[in-house]
Design a protein around this ligand. Structure first.
Ligand SMILES: [Zn+2]
Length: 150
């Protein structure tokens, strides 16, 4: 079983128990998961790990799909609103270590630095290396696009 920190659209934080990450996604997509405080089912998982911004330009952009359907657009809007919440949460609850991220994540993992949540930047290669060492790193688009209208 896995415990996930979850966040609803109204900023309520609660815990959910799931067999796996896939199990969580399946339950979320079918709307089974609801916030215990307000019943909202637009729930996102707040990764309980360190956060890293790998930068958007590391990979060649994938071809954009043709015209999304209104449903897809609505879903994408919900997703981006929820993502913004996660980013906000991360910024509030983690220490920014910037480019020292890979080193600091290792120190925390090996007990050389105090256990805490951190965020920072790392390359895709560094993220892969950290994961190879068993360090849980969650890539997150920390940069929130400015001036986006609702
Ligand atoms: Zn709620």
């Amino acid at each position: 079983m896995k415990v996930f920190d979850l966040l609803c659209a109204n900023d309520h934080r609660f815990e959910g128990w799931f067999a796996s990450g896939t199990d969580f996604e399946r339950q979320r997509d079918t709307g089974i998961i609801a916030c215990p405080l307000c019943g909202d089912s637009h729930v996102v998982k707040v990764p309980a790990a360190s956060y890293v911004n790998t930068g958007a330009s590391d990979r060649s952009p994938k071809a954009e799909p043709a015209e999304p359907t209104p449903e897809q657009t609505q879903y994408a809007n919900i997703r981006s609103a929820m993502l913004a919440k996660v980013v906000e949460y991360v910024v509030k609850n983690t220490e920014d270590v910037g480019r020292d991220f890979p080193e600091e994540a290792r120190k925390i993992h090996y007990g050389e630095s105090p256990e805490r949540k951190i965020r920072g930047t790392a390359s895709q290669d560094e993220v892969t290396e950290l994961r190879d060492e068993g360090i849980d790193v969650v890539p997150l688009p920390i940069t929130i696009p400015a001036g986006k209208s609702h």
